[in-house]
Ligand binder design. Structure first.
Ligand SMILES: NC(=O)c1ccc[n+]([C@@H]2O[C@H](COP(=O)([O-])OP(=O)(O)OC[C@H]3O[C@@H](n4cnc5c(N)ncnc54)[C@H](OP(=O)(O)O)[C@@H]3O)[C@@H](O)[C@H]2O)c1
Length: 272
């Protein structure tokens, strides 16, 4: 096999596999050009079944391999132990880290002056509907940024940030955000039961309402605020509910406090 121009994927858990599926299924990248290092048999076998070239350990990678990108998708706690094995690709490949809270400086300490992108994807990436906030260090050139936009764009929309600290802010919004919406679905389901709906109906109505509203907001030319006004007649049922959401403490205040707490925690984890 030609060993130039492939992709190295370090770690093929939840997010690593979502990327692999996106590259093969949506970006049309030849699966065998994706070199996956994954110590867990089950996850390695899953990657192999998707067509990737797999290894249990970085030491098994062919010496002649010249990847254009190295994606680091392991848990933040193991980055320090894992990274050294990929130093030989430094200065040639662009490194992409999706590890929450690990600053680029930590990568540069091991890899030296090389192109490194720190990215924050989110869970809907697993169905190609993610959003990815990304920041590139000064050693990343335009061609490499286009390359990264293509690779991460296979699982969602890529938004470039011009300051690294904003990755932690994005973590509090789009990284953790799906869980906020899942929690809202849970709350709506509980409310549905409280107003008398049977459990199965409560679950179906609440989850489809959130999915349908999100799809509509995404497809519509109107802003969420416009859409809200369109479905709220004065003195009607929706207005009665929104009066509760906007009374103290308002839903807006709670969401802001929640995001600030997530941001603070992202910063704590980054220095920890
Ligand atoms: N999942 C998300 O929604 C999400 C969102 C944003 C960012 N992230 C970030 O993405 C990263 C991965 O998260 P995840 O949810 O995909 O975690 P995960 O499912 O635990 O996947 C990480 C995988 O890497 C493997 N691994 C450990 N050491 C390795 C090594 N030396 N070489 C190669 N692979 C190794 C792990 O194996 P073991 O289990 O044996 O350790 C595991 O299978 C994290 O840094 C996280 O912060 C995830």
């Amino acid at each position: 096999m030609d060993q130039s121009d492939g992709i190295v994927l370090v770690g093929c858990g939840n997010m690593g596999f979502a990327l692999l599926e996106g590259w093969v299924g949506r970006a049309g990248i030849a699966a065998d050009r994706i070199h996956v290092i994954e110590p867990m048999d089950q996850l390695r076998n899953r990657a192999a079944a998707a067509g990737a070239t797999v290894y249990a350990d970085a030491g098994e990678l062919p010496q002649a391999l010249r990847p254009r990108a190295v994606i680091v998708a392991v848990k933040p706690q193991v980055i320090g132990a894992v990274l050294g094995a990929y130093r030989r690709f430094s200065g040639k490949a662009v490194f992409i880290s999706i590890a929450a809270g690990v600053p680029i400086a930590r990568f540069e300490a091991t890899l030296g002056e090389t192109a490194i992108v720190r990215a924050m994807p989110n869970m809907p990436a697993s169905i190609g509907l993610g959003v990815i906030a990304a920041f590139a260090n000064v050693h990343t050139d335009d061609g490499q940024m286009a390359e990264v936009t293509g690779l991460l764009g296979a699982v969602g929309n890529v938004h470039w940030l011009n300051e690294e600290t904003l990755v932690d802010a994005a973590t509090a919004i789009s990284g953790s955000g799906p869980a906020y919406l899942f929690h809202f679905m849970e709350c709506l389901e509980e409310a549905a039961i409280a107003v008398g709906l049977p459990a199965a109906t409560a679950q179906a109505l609440s989850s489809q309402t959130v999915c349908g509203a999100a799809a509509l907001a995404s497809a519509s030319a109107f802003s969420p605020a416009d859409l809200r006004r369109q479905v709220t007649s004065p003195n009607g049922t929706t207005a009665a509910a929104l009066d509760i959401f906007t009374a103290e403490p308002s839903l807006g205040d709670l969401v802001k406090r929640a995001a600030i707490a997530a941001h603070r925690r992202a910063l704590e984890l980054a220095v920890g």
